[in-house]
Design a protein. Structure first.
Length: 366
């Protein structure tokens, strides 16, 4: 019942003009940042590690801008439910669409890779800019709440996109290739992989980072051209999306090269205007020593949480929480062998001088 009431409320709110919705966004910013303090520790830690060269006052400025943008994204998320096609085309403009058309004219489908940057949800309006019978697939993770999940499907498909559960995309791509149907499939590739997919690591924003390989694996397997979607926020409610041709022949690349390529593009975009990336995501919750242990032990997902060594690794990986007697006892039991050396190696990398780094000036400790 609550879900249906919430759906009805969102339906009504989506009728409001954006200038009114931005008033609510300003209130939401204040609540998220000053009252609820939504994931402020996560945001601060991510920013500090990603930009070690920046002063505390500059990091605080980026942090506040991020929360303001987060409020804008929230109110903009539901507005397309009652937005005309003409208004959406005016507010979200796609540039260099001829790059995709070149591949379509060759009879080739395309993979688009993007990050949680700007208002990524509005990129679903790309279907308004296509010519001919081109399918546009947007991958998503289904929500547990079926009412809200259906609401998001309706909004994302409002302008012609076809939302596809992420576990179904490979089957759909194979089917389309067999039938000769052209498509653009959009992959968001900047979130942290789960513990069973810590297979590829690279430096990203000054940190050792695991990266999804799914985009590359599909692109190389079927030799699908890959383009990058780069969104720029011009002002409130107005965006520009640029297509960048990354690789026309992924099958010719060495393993890992395409992943490095699209991750570097995203990194450059974030460094130019960091406030528009999703800093509240726990992007670096996994560490390489965790992957070392899992690979050596061969344990599966349901076995890890019951293993004291894995728990020790996770505690060390997410920040080295100290002073807990239970953790200390577990560490004394397991800090031996290759996995134990992995823990010690991870600690040395996180804090080579053996000291706790203070928060930047101007940022209060939570």
């Amino acid at each position: 019942m609550v879900s249906y009431l919430l759906r009805g409320l969102i339906w009504i709110i989506s009728y409001l003009p954006l200038r009114v919705l931005y008033f609510f966004s300003d209130i939401l910013y204040y609540l998220l940042y000053y009252v609820v303090r939504y994931r402020r520790n996560v945001v601060r830690t991510n920013l500090r590690n990603a930009f070690p060269e920046k002063e505390g006052t500059e990091l605080t400025r980026i942090e506040k801008k991020f929360y303001r943008n987060l409020g804008d994204i929230f109110v903009e998320l539901y507005k397309p439910w009652h937005m005309s096609e003409q208004e959406m085309r005016r507010r979200c403009v796609f540039k260099h669409t001829e790059i995709l058309q070149k591949y379509y004219d060759q009879g080739r489908s395309v993979i688009g890779v993007l990050g949680h940057y700007g208002n990524w949800e509005w990129m679903a309006s790309y279907a308004l800019w296509t010519k001919g019978n081109i399918d546009f697939y947007t991958l998503y993770k289904p929500m547990h709440n079926k009412v809200m999940d259906q609401l998001m499907i309706e909004i994302r498909s409002r302008f012609g996109a076809r939302p596809v559960p992420k576990n179904d995309i490979l089957r759909l791509i194979v089917s389309n290739l067999r039938e000769g149907r052209l498509f653009l499939a959009g992959f968001i590739a900047d979130q942290t992989p789960n513990v069973n997919n810590l297979n590829f690591w690279m430096e990203f924003l000054h940190q050792d980072t695991p990266v999804f390989m799914g985009t590359e694996k599909i692109a190389r397997k079927f030799n699908l051209p890959v383009i990058s979607l780069q969104m720029k926020k011009l002002k409130r409610g107005y965006y520009e999306v640029d297509f960048v041709d990354l690789c026309g022949e992924p099958a010719l690349l060495a393993p890992g090269e395409l992943t490095r390529m699209h991750t570097r593009f995203l990194e450059q975009q974030i460094q130019k205007a960091p406030e528009y990336w999703l800093w509240s995501h726990r992007r670096w919750k996994h560490k390489r020593e965790e992957a070392v242990y899992l690979e050596e032990s061969g344990e599966k997902e349901d076995e890890k949480s019951r293993n004291p060594l894995y728990c020790c690794l996770r505690t060390s990986a997410v920040g080295g929480v100290r002073g807990r007697s239970g953790q200390a006892a577990a560490e004394r039991e397991v800090l031996s062998g290759a996995a134990g050396r992995a823990v010690q190696y991870g600690r040395a990398r996180q804090n080579p001088a053996g000291r706790q780094d203070p928060l930047p000036a101007g940022i209060d400790a939570e």
